[in-house]
Design a protein around this ligand. Structure first.
Ligand code: 5AD
Ligand code: SF4
Length: 459
């Protein structure tokens, strides 16, 4: 069956129908935001809006924003300033996503040329909000978090023709002391299992082979329909769909990460060899202050399940350094955690105070230079671990999904099931694109962040 065209590339409808309605959407933040944007783009296009490549060409300029750290939040205000002067020329500006939810109507004061402010929990009302904008209303908001449904639309415009995101749960009911997400994405709401399955089957029929299940905390997924599937069940069911060769999921909360998830992974090789399990800190004292609801020992028990599983799974994590009150000793415990787990990769961040969060009022703030010092030490340690771990791959053969080509290096870009980038050469290239194919690749070289190899396929 034919694939749907990618959002930007497809202008396959009659332009005369769109009455000059054009839009530009820039996305910041996590995969949840990236996927929300795919849904918003689909909804706009179904309404006759045409995507354009620059804000200058667009009638409607939208920013789907992130507020996880202060730096991310500042980006959107820079963007808005850049185009402030354009406002007089009849452009409509909208702020969507987490900054919109967090700042609400204050955005209209800070950037008076903005006409739409809407958080992700209000996207179910997108059509209504667009109607208001089209009618000339220049103060349109969608800021209610009082919602019990996930945002679903049949119009999603997916960016990638092989890998598709599916939202299974939105919002978050945890209250990690540093985290703005419960305030920006609202309470947890799971989608019905059958609705997720129908979307996944539909994608398989349209030649998608990889599915990534998304949520702020996928492990607390609970099917609201009578079937009542938990996350492990849903994961196993999606992986059984004919045509689906890879299933990934993100992100996990260690407290809700049960052994049944590892068992589901063990039972079906379509579930990728990768677990992203954010630890945040290796110190039980800091974990308690963060209100993470697990200790270092609890976390290590989960790592044991993963390490003693039937297959070898890559383990990655998120770490925050410089949380209020983090002592040198606490930090050293985090460094020891890295040595113990030997993560395949990690994302590390300096603690950033966020509005509304419990940590905002905590004393013993760590000075910026000290946070920076800890971040560098952490990253250097991890780099050494990755150099060592990646080198273990030399001589092995792994299957990759080909993502594209790097013409400068004359290499194809592949991704392994355990989420490593494995770039490779393929002899006898006759100009055909390999993108979207699954191919065996023999690893010949390794670096801290990726592997290099050569195609081991006969074709
Ligand atoms: N400061 C720094 N990092 C943060 N994260 C979340 N909130 C903050 C914050 N206030 C990190 C966590 C999370 C990742 C997505 O971002 O590590 O897992
Ligand atoms: Fe950023 Fe968190 Fe919102 Fe994602 S959910 S866009 S990471 S603030």
């Amino acid at each position: 069956m034919a694939r749907p065209p990618a959002a930007r590339a497809s202008l396959d409808y009659n332009k005369s129908n769109v009455s000059g309605k054009t839009f530009y959407l820039e996305t910041f933040g996590c995969q949840m935001n990236a996927h929300d944007s795919e849904k918003v783009i689909g909804a706009l296009m179904a309404r006759g809006y045409e995507p354009v490549d620059t804000p200058a060409e667009a009638g409607l300029v939208l920013y789907n924003t992130c507020s996880i750290r202060d730096k991310a939040e500042q980006k959107v205000f820079h963007r808005l300033q850049q185009f402030q002067r354009e406002a007089g020329k009849g452009k409509i500006f909208g702020v969507l996503g987490c900054v919109a939810q967090q700042e609400g109507e204050r955005i209209f004061e800070r950037a008076p040329h903005v006409s739409l402010v809407a958080g992700s929990a209000s996207y179910t009302r997108l059509g209504e909000m667009l109607t208001q904008l089209e009618a000339g209303n220049r103060r349109v908001t969608g800021l209610s978090l009082d919602i019990d449904q996930a945002f679903e639309t049949p119009f999603t415009r997916r960016d990638n023709p092989h890998r598709a995101y599916i939202t299974i749960i939105e919002g978050c009911d945890k209250s990690c002391a540093y985290c703005v997400v419960p305030f920006t994405r609202g309470p947890e709401r799971s989608r019905a299992g059958e609705s997720v399955m129908a979307e996944a089957r539909g994608l398989a029929e349209r030649d998608y082979t990889e599915i990534q299940l998304l949520g702020q905390n996928v492990n607390s997924y609970r099917d609201p329909s009578p079937a009542g599937w938990d996350f492990a069940t849903l994961l196993a069911r999606v992986a059984e769909i004919p045509g689906i060769r890879r299933v990934r999921y993100t992100t996990s909360h260690p407290r809700d990460f049960g052994k049944s998830i590892v068992d589901a992974m063990d039972s079906n090789t379509a579930i990728c060899d990768h677990v992203h399990l954010p630890a945040q800190s290796g110190s039980s004292r800091v974990l308690a202050a963060m209100d993470r609801l697990y200790t270092r020992d609890d976390y290590m028990r989960r790592i044991e399940w993963i390490k003693t599983a039937k297959r070898r799974y890559a383990i990655t994590t998120d770490i925050i350094v410089g949380f209020p009150g983090e002592t040198e000793r606490d930090f050293e415990e985090t460094l020891r955690l890295l040595d113990e787990v030997e993560y395949d990769s990690l994302f590390s961040f300096k603690y950033s105070p966020r509005p509304n969060t419990a940590a905002l009022a905590m004393e013993d703030r760590i000075p910026e230079e000290e946070k920076q010092r800890r971040l560098v030490i952490l990253q250097e340690k991890q780099r050494a671990i990755q150099i060592r771990r990646n080198a273990e791959w030399i001589g092995r053969t792994a299957e990759v999904l080909v993502e594209g080509r790097n013409p400068a290096l004359g290499q194809w870009i592949g991704r392994t099931s355990d989420n490593r980038i494995l770039n490779f050469t393929h002899p006898g290239g006759n100009g055909d694109s390999l993108a979207g194919r699954y191919m065996p690749v023999r690893v010949t070289r390794s670096g801290p962040n990726s592997l290099v190899g050569e195609s081991a396929s006969m074709v």
